[in-house]
Design a protein around this ligand. Structure first.
Ligand SMILES: [Zn+2]
Length: 230
């Protein structure tokens, strides 16, 4: 059997990992570095090659245990879960409706969904939960899973809104998160909301030259939202 996954950049490596929840040992694709040719307006990386190859690269940023569905964006070896966390995760994975329905079919977004479910039990910050959902929406777009793309955009939006209230975000992270709340609103068809959030995002950058790229993006996407709202 051929090892690794075919990517436009060659073969990504596979490594043995042990699930920190159920102890199952399996081979997982190692998250590989990849070349991007820019980003879309929701910061989805543009990866050379077929969209499904790009989806595969993004998917390798989470690892999911094939036995119990535990998933995380961090390397399994770096996780040190308490007994209570393990128990809580097992319960959540057993009860989760989407996992019950989709576990067998393994749709491309499943690992991100499972990582979000487990992340809640591990008390990940809302910013990180939102990031998992945002990446799930990118994979759905590349794989043309349109209804699920919107589902994950909405979930990312809710986590990012909560992050702005609770996570004490600063600097670039605050600016990018505020911008993404605008951009996700625009993509979900809430153009007025989007415009308000682009204005908020513009205030957070305060002309900082390090985020000049974000100021340009805010200008461009505000114009687009105004046209779409008209
Ligand atoms: Zn497991």
């Amino acid at each position: 059997m051929r090892e690794g996954l075919a990517t436009p950049l060659g073969e990504s490596r596979r490594v043995y990992v042990v699930c920190p929840v159920c102890g199952h040992a399996f081979r997982a694709a190692l998250a590989s570095t990849y070349i991007t040719v820019g980003r879309e307006a929701d910061l989805c990386p543009k990866i050379p090659g077929r969209p499904s190859d790009g989806a595969q690269v993004i998917r390798s940023s989470v690892t999911m245990c094939p036995a119990c569905s535990f998933a995380s964006g961090e390397a399994f070896g770096d996780l040190d879960l308490t007994f209570d966390e393990r128990h809580g995760i097992e319960e959540r994975l057993k009860e989760d409706g989407l996992l019950k329905v989709f576990r067998k079919g393994q749709p491309p977004w499943l690992g991100f969904h499972a990582a979000e479910v487990c992340g809640k039990e591990r008390s990940l910050r809302s910013r990180e939960l939102g990031d998992l959902c945002l990446r799930a929406s990118w994979v759905c777009r590349k794989e043309k899973e349109r209804p699920f793309e919107s589902t994950f955009q909405l979930r990312a939006l809710r986590h990012f809104m909560r992050a702005l209230q609770e996570d004490d975000l600063l600097g670039r992270e605050l600016a990018v998160t505020t911008y993404l709340v605008g951009e996700l609103n625009r993509r979900l068809g809430n153009h007025r909301e989007a415009l308000n959030w682009y204005v908020n995002a513009g205030r957070t950058t305060e002309g900082d030259p390090r985020v000049a790229w974000l100021d340009r993006l805010i200008d461009r996407q505000s114009k687009l939202a105004r046209e779409e709202a008209a």
